[in-house]
Design a protein around this ligand. Structure first.
Ligand code: FAD
Length: 552
């Protein structure tokens, strides 16, 4: 029997919740990119994770983990200093799902061609589930090559860090099934300028060779319940990287204290804290005085992940907007059939696909760069270019997707509001926009061969769109002239990104998508806002390609 209140108005024209889909299977472009970059083998794992993305139960976990924020418990009931963070059970369930799915580790365990691409695909899908958990995931993903700098740490921790398991208990590493790793570099007086770090490590070799005592404070330490951290401190020889376990080998707690949790714009499921070290025992990673280089080597992986994660956020926001507009009518038509809305959605779809192709091409270069110098050079360029560009495009993208959903977009029930708060973050951490754009200049200075590698990469796309050819020509002039200045490098890096994205779409995407991207981003049709292109027949084809498989 219906329980509907006879006096209550019938609710109509409200789209059903966006669930019951598979975020991998319904993403045609993603499947094509997987195959193109040698990671077709990841389909089984990605399909399982893609189903989780559309699972109402998992979606509720993501909601709960962000609604019920972590809390710091500084002291035990007996007054002992414990520095524990309590999370909602949903957070632990999400951590279990992410780590058991290998989102943090597949790049190091797959052993197949395209291992970093395969992991990036999982991360792209994961970022359509929940973004706070993505923080410990990416830090743990980035850690193995840095931990391998010390054979003893590698022996004790290496396999635990890549295990497909989540073990949140605080205990000695020998007793753990798996381990999570955080990074804490940023200090109060400056995060971008790591040379300004003041925390100090002095040799404490009575505890063993390579052991130091670390004192100081860090202004940002996300996921402080990780089992260990990579950190940076001054030594007599200059900034040096260290490994800091929360539990010492004898089972006692290290002198790692959580001062407070930050109250943040978004990313609320993830505890981001300020921490203090009080003669904490730490193990040196790499040479004394070479800590910035060691940290930056680790950051290459985490920066690449910021680009992938932001591409995933774009795709999620797009899917939500497409679903909403397909199920909401206004002025006698579905919103998706209103010509101006179709234009906006198609433009977002093009942007999202371009971000995905650029991100996975970068991951492919990371894979191949292990044995191919040209690809290594390309990865050195693509990592900061992708981090800069994709992360910069995400906030306006999500804002536009939110607006497609009208007032509902601004309301927490519809998820995109959470994505809106999340959207700027990947642009900030692991090197903010300017810092990453300047890193492109640094790469060009240190590796002049980057120019040849870049033009060889885009060469196969020449001759297929006049605007793209012209844009490549303009970049050739810039490379052969004085090159970009510091003050001009945002524009330069943006042009590199657009030409790379256009070349990838021309080579791999349907003609409608590629031509619309070139015309809308490189030509006179270029506008300052999404959806400012011309009405073309291509819009329908672009929307069909992007439309998610909706719930039955
Ligand atoms: C939610 C969150 C979690 C975080 N978690 C961690 C963590 O776990 N571990 C960790 O180590 N850090 C973490 N961070 C810190 C983050 O990495 C830094 O905020 C970031 O690197 C920028 O440093 P800063 O905040 O000190 O900004 P600043 O260094 O003060 O920079 C401010 C602005 O100036 C720009 N700028 C700096 N130098 C130049 C220049 N030479 N030319 C032009 N522009 C410049 C930057 O691009 C930025 O836009 C986190 C940050 C956030 C927001």
């Amino acid at each position: 029997m219906s329980s509907r209140n006879a006096h209550a108005p019938e609710i109509t024209n409200q789209p059903p919740p966006y669930s019951g889909y598979n975020a991998f299977v319904c993403d045609q472009a993603l499947g094509e990119a997987c195959a193109t970059f040698g990671a077709a083998w990841v389909a089984a794992k990605a399909t399982t994770l893609g189903a989780a993305a559309g699972d109402e139960r998992v979606q509720k976990l993501a909601h709960d983990a962000n609604r019920h924020e972590p809390e710091l418990r500084t002291y035990s009931a007996a007054g002992e200093r414990i520095d524990e963070v309590d999370y909602h059970p949903a957070y632990h369930d999400l951590m279990t799902l992410a780590f058991e799915s290998g989102v943090h580790s597949l790049a190091w365990t797959a052993g197949d061609e395209g291992a970093h691409v395969g992991r990036a695909v999982l991360s792209y899908v994961w970022n359509q589930i929940e973004n706070g958990v993505a923080c410990p995931v990416v830090m743990t993903y980035s850690a193995p090559p840095t931990l391998a700098l010390d054979p003893d740490i590698d022996a004790a921790w290496g396999q635990k860090v890549i295990a497909e398991a989540y073990d949140p208990e605080l205990k000695p590493i020998a007793d753990k099934a798996s381990a999570t790793i955080g990074m804490t570099f940023t200090e109060n007086q400056g995060g971008s300028d790591l040379r300004a770090n003041e925390s100090l490590a002095v040799k404490a070799e009575s505890n063993g060779a390579g052991v130091y005592a670390l004192s100081g404070r860090k202004w940002f330490c996300s996921a402080p319940m990780c089992d260990a951290f990579v950190t940076l401190a001054q030594t007599e020889a200059g900034p040096t990287c260290f490994f800091l376990p929360r539990i010492l080998p004898d089972g006692s707690r290290n002198a790692f204290h959580v001062q407070r949790l930050k109250e943040k714009c978004g990313n609320r499921s993830n505890a981001s804290s300020e921490v203090e070290f009080d003669n904490a025992l730490v193990w040196r990673l790499g040479e004394e005085g070479r800590g910035i280089a060691t940290a930056i080597a680790m950051a290459q992986y985490s920066r690449s992940e910021c680009a992938i994660a932001s591409a995933g956020i774009m795709r999620y926001a797009l899917s939500l907007a497409l679903h909403f507009c397909a199920n909401r009518r206004s002025f006698q038509k579905s919103l998706i059939d209103q010509p101006l809305m179709a234009q906006v959605l198609a433009d977002l779809a093009i942007e999202s696909e371009a971000a995905m192709w650029l991100g996975l091409r970068m991951s492919c270069a990371i894979d191949k760069g292990a044995s191919d110098e040209t690809e290594w050079t390309l990865a050195r360029l693509l990592t900061p270019v992708s981090k800069f560009w994709i992360c910069k495009r995400t906030p306006p993208f999500v804002a536009e997707a939110l607006e497609c959903m009208g007032g509902n977009g601004y309301v927490e029930d519809h998820v995109v509001a959470r994505l809106y708060r999340e959207a700027p973050l990947n642009g900030i951490w692991e090197g903010s926009g300017n810092v990453v754009a300047l890193d492109v200049l640094r790469a060009l200075g240190r590796h002049p061969e980057i120019a040849d590698v870049f033009f060889a990469e885009v060469a196969p796309a020449r001759g297929q769109n006049g605007l793209l050819d012209k844009a490549i020509g303009e970049l050739e002039s810039q490379f052969s002239g004085d090159g970009p200045t510091e003050a001009g490098c945002r524009r330069f890096v943006s042009q590199l990104a657009l030409v790379l994205q256009a070349s990838l779409l021309v080579r791999h995407a349907p003609e409608a998508t590629a031509q619309a991207f070139c015309n809308g981003r490189l030509g006179a049709e270029h506008g300052f806002i999404f959806g400012s292109g011309q009405d073309t027949d291509a819009i329908h084809a672009i929307l069909q390609r992007a439309a998610p498989a909706l719930a039955a």
